[in-house]
Design a protein around this ligand. Structure first.
Ligand SMILES: [Ca+2]
Ligand SMILES: [Ca+2]
Ligand SMILES: [Ca+2]
Ligand SMILES: [Ca+2]
Length: 342
């Protein structure tokens, strides 16, 4: 009896195991319906960026930018349905949404473009000889994308770090050292690059951090997420951590119109515009006799020119070496929702 029971029990366990294996294989197969590569795109991750320093070659008035990883777009809002599995259709995509605001016009009747942008230090410098083209994907979404002509600029190389209160001082604006200069965030140091706490005289009224979400025209916005006071980070202009405020401008520059056809590679049915900018069409911008080291480009700045308040929704930015991809037409680089709202 015991033996019979044991056999039945073993059969049940075996059946259960086979069922589990069958389900695992089925689930795996149902997810692998997309032949495309979906991988993290680091250039849409908000914490990697800070506000841009002033481009050396522009005299336009400075507008403002609010940049955030909104969580309310699905993969199917951006990519063709045919590229996505059923599961992927309903997955969030973490894109970088940039709300661009113009400089208040001081002279009535005088119309000018404003500029604003972002920059970052590249932990892995770019060697231009390894790059064939820059791919940039922008979502043109009629609901959140007022029909405004926007020029996008990409600068790569030595870029001035003086983004906070530029020209005010040759000393690095930073939080470290307010209490102790030790590389650690001591109590009382997280008060913003102005080094003045909220409520005290002279405090920068725009440096308060808050990751509060508001809804504007049905879409998420995070108006205070770029503040440096109480953001739990030790902020500094010294992006390369060399102990000084680097002020050299010596970089390569690309520009293109987001509503134009130059470098436009593809537009899909969701309004995703893919640009491919040949790596060798750059201009050199330099404010001294220091020429850019094309094998070692260390800072990246993206900035925009625009005549009215608008948005730019960045889906991906990639530096492509065609020798290192198996099929350049099939590569899709995205950042799936990583909960990057921090
Ligand atoms: Ca400064
Ligand atoms: Ca402050
Ligand atoms: Ca801070
Ligand atoms: Ca520095």
């Amino acid at each position: 009896m015991n033996c019979l029971f044991s056999n039945t029990k073993e059969k049940r366990i075996l059946s259960l195991l086979l069922f589990v294996i069958f389900m695992l294989i089925s689930c795996e197969n149902s997810e692998i319906t997309s032949p495309h590569d979906f991988e993290v795109n680091p250039f849409t991750h908000r914490p990697h960026w800070c506000f841009a320093s002033k481009p050396f070659d522009t005299n336009q008035p400075k507008g403002s930018i609010n940049y955030f990883n909104s969580q309310d777009f699905l993969l199917s809002d951006v990519f063709e349905d045919s590229l996505l599995s059923n599961i992927e259709m309903n997955e969030n995509i973490s894109l970088l949404r940039n709300k661009l605001t113009t400089c208040p016009i001081t002279s009535p009747g005088y119309i000018s473009n404003s500029w604003s942008g972002l920059m970052q230090y590249l932990e892995e410098p770019i060697n231009l000889s390894d790059i064939d083209y820059i791919e940039c994907q922008i979502l043109e979404n009629a609901d959140v994308f007022p029909d405004v002509p926007i020029i996008m600029h990409i600068d790569i190389g030595k870029i001035s770090e003086d983004f906070y209160r530029p020209g005010e001082s040759f000393i690095t604006d930073m939080e470290d050292g307010i209490i102790n200069l030790d590389g650690l965030m001591d109590a009382g140091e997280d008060i913003g690059l102005d080094r003045i706490a909220s409520g005290e005289i002279g405090d920068d009224q725009y440096d308060d951090f808050d990751n509060n979400r508001i809804i504007v025209d049905g879409f998420e916005e995070y108006p205070e997420i770029n503040g440096t006071e109480h953001n739990c980070r030790l902020d500094t202009e010294d992006l390369n951590y060399n102990g000084m405020l680097d002020l050299t401008n010596s970089y390569i520059h690309y520009s293109f119109a987001l509503d134009g056809s130059q470098y436009l590679y593809n537009i899909n049915s969701k309004g995703l515009r893919t640009f491919r900018i040949p790596a060798d069409v750059y201009e050199i911008v330099m404010d001294s006799n220091i020429t850019p080291d094309l094998q070692y480009l260390t800072y990246l700045r993206i900035w925009f020119e625009y005549p009215e308040d608008t948005y730019v929704i960045l889906i991906s930015l990639s530096f492509i070496d065609i020798d290192n991809i198996s099929n350049s037409n099939e590569i899709i680089t995205i950042l799936k929702d990583s909960g990057a709202k921090e």
